[in-house]
Design a protein around this ligand. Structure first.
Ligand code: TRP
Length: 352
C-alpha cells in the first residue's frame, strides 16, 4: 500500500468537538475543556463547533444552534484555549466536511447505524421511535468525516463517544481497502479521567435541560446557591453523625476540582467518622469553585464586549481548518478518480 498524505506537520493532530446547543458548564470543563488546555501544548489541536451535527436533532430550531456558536466559542477562550495553538472552527463553514460525508455514507449500512449504542440511546431519549430524521441516524458518518478530514490521530472524548470512533475506524478501513491506499488514517480515543460530572442533584450527568448545572459563566451568587442545594448524604442529620462519601456530590466535586488530594482524603475520613458538617464542607467546595470560575467569568465578560475580535478568531481558525480538510479532500477525490478536471492524471480519464 502506498502512503499519501499531503499535510506534513510534525505534531500529531488532535480533534475534539461540541454540539453548540447552549453555553458550556462545569461538566464540559471536567469532561473535555481541561484536557484541551493541556493537549494544545503538545499537539496540533482543532476544536470543531459542530453546528451541522447539532442541527440533526434541532432541525426545527436552527436559531438555538446558531446563537450558541458564539457562546461556545467564548467559553473556549474564557477557560484558556489559546487561538495561537488551537484552531477553533465552525463545521458548517467547512464544505469539505459535508462533501466527505457524502462519500462515506455509501460505506455504512442503515443496520450498522441503528446498532450504534449511543445513537440508539439518543433515539430513545428524544422519543423519535420510528420517526428518526435521516440526518440524525447518519450523524456518526458525518463525525467520521470530521475526524478523517482533519487526519486526527487522537480524539479526546467521553465514554459515550467511543462507538463513534469505532465506527469511524471501520469506515477508514473500508475506504482505504477500496482505494488500495492509506488515504484516510485511523483515530484513537483519549478517555478523560473523570468523564462524567453528576449534576448538583446527584441524579444524572450535568445537563441544562435537567436544570442541575453550574455554567462556566455563573455569577458568584449562582455558584453559592448551587453549592447550597447540592445533594449530600440525606442520613447525615447532625454534624456529629458519621456521613457517607459515596454518592455525595460535594465529594465528587472536590475529587474533580480540588488539586490537594491529601486534603480531600482527610476530609473524607473526617466526614465518615462524624464531626464534619455539610455546611463547613460546602464552604470549602464553594471557595474552590469561586476561585476557579472568577477569572473565567472575567475573560468572558471582556469577550462579550469585543464581538469583532471573537469573530476574527473564529474566521482564522476556520480558514486553517479548511486548508487541512481541503488537502485531505484532494487526496480523497484523487483516490476515487473524482478529480476529472485536475492537471494530474485522473483515474477516470487515463491519458494514453
Ligand atoms: N458528537 C460530539 C458530541 O456530541 C461532537 C462532535 C462532532 C465531535 N464532531 C466531532 C467530537 C468530532 C469529536 C470529534 O459531543
Amino acid at each position: 500500500m502506498q502512503h499519501c498524505c499531503s499535510t506534513a506537520s510534525k505534531k500529531p493532530i488532535v480533534l475534539t468537538g461540541d454540539r453548540p446547543t447552549g453555553p458550556l458548564h462545569l461538566g464540559h470543563y471536567v469532561g473535555s475543556l481541561r484536557t484541551r488546555l493541556s493537549l494544545q501544548e503538545n499537539y496540533r489541536q482543532f476544536i470543531l463547533i459542530a453546528d451541522l451535527q447539532a442541527l440533526t436533532d434541532n432541525a426545527e430550531n436552527p436559531g438555538k444552534v446558531t446563537q450558541s456558536v458564539l457562546e461556545v466559542a467564548m467559553d473556549y477562550l474564557a477557560v484558556g484555549v489559546d487561538p495561537a495553538k488551537t484552531s477553533m472552527c465552525i463545521q458548517s463553514q467547512i464544505p469539505e466536511l459535508t462533501e466527505l460525508s457524502m462519500y462515506l455514507l455509501n460505506l455504512v449500512t442503515v443496520a450498522r447505524l441503528e446498532r450504534n449504542p449511543t445513537v440508539k440511546e439518543e433515539i430513545r431519549q428524544r422519543g423519535f421511535e420510528r420517526n428518526i430524521p435521516a440526518g440524525f441516524l447518519a450523524y456518526p458518518v458525518s463525525q467520521a468525516a470530521d475526524i478523517t478530514a482533519f487526519r486526527a490521530r487522537y480524539v479526546p472524548v467521553g465514554e459515550d463517544q467511543l462507538p463513534m470512533i469505532e465506527q469511524t475506524n471501520e469506515i477508514v478501513r473500508r475506504f482505504n481497502h477500496i482505494c488500495g491506499a492509506e488515504v484516510l488514517v485511523e483515530a484513537e480515543p483519549i478517555l478523560a479521567k473523570v468523564s462524567r460530572l453528576p449534576g448538583i442533584d446527584g441524579k444524572a450527568k450535568m445537563s441544562k435541560s435537567l436544570g442541575n448545572v453550574i455554567l462556566l459563566s455563573a455569577d458568584p451568587d449562582e455558584i453559592h446557591r448551587a453549592v447550597e442545594q447540592m445533594y449530600t448524604d440525606p442520613g447525615h442529620l447532625h454534624v456529629s453523625d458519621p456521613g457517607k462519601v459515596e454518592g455525595n456530590v460535594v465529594f465528587t466535586y472536590l475529587d474533580a476540582f480540588e488539586e490537594n488530594t491529601s486534603l480531600v482524603d482527610e476530609l473524607k475520613a473526617h466526614y465518615r467518622r462524624g464531626g464534619l458538617g455539610d455546611r463547613a464542607l460546602k464552604q470549602m467546595l464553594e471557595a474552590r469553585l469561586q476561585e476557579l470560575l472568577a477569572p473565567i467569568r472575567e475573560r468572558r465578560r471582556q469577550l462579550v464586549q469585543d464581538r469583532e475580535q471573537l469573530l476574527d478568531i473564529l474566521r482564522a481558525g476556520t480558514e486553517n481548518a479548511r486548508e487541512t480538510a481541503a488537502s485531505t479532500l484532494a487526496d480523497v477525490r484523487r483516490a476515487l478518480g473524482l478529480n476529472y478536471f485536475s492537471n494530474k492524471q485522473s483515474r477516470a480519464f487515463p491519458v494514453k
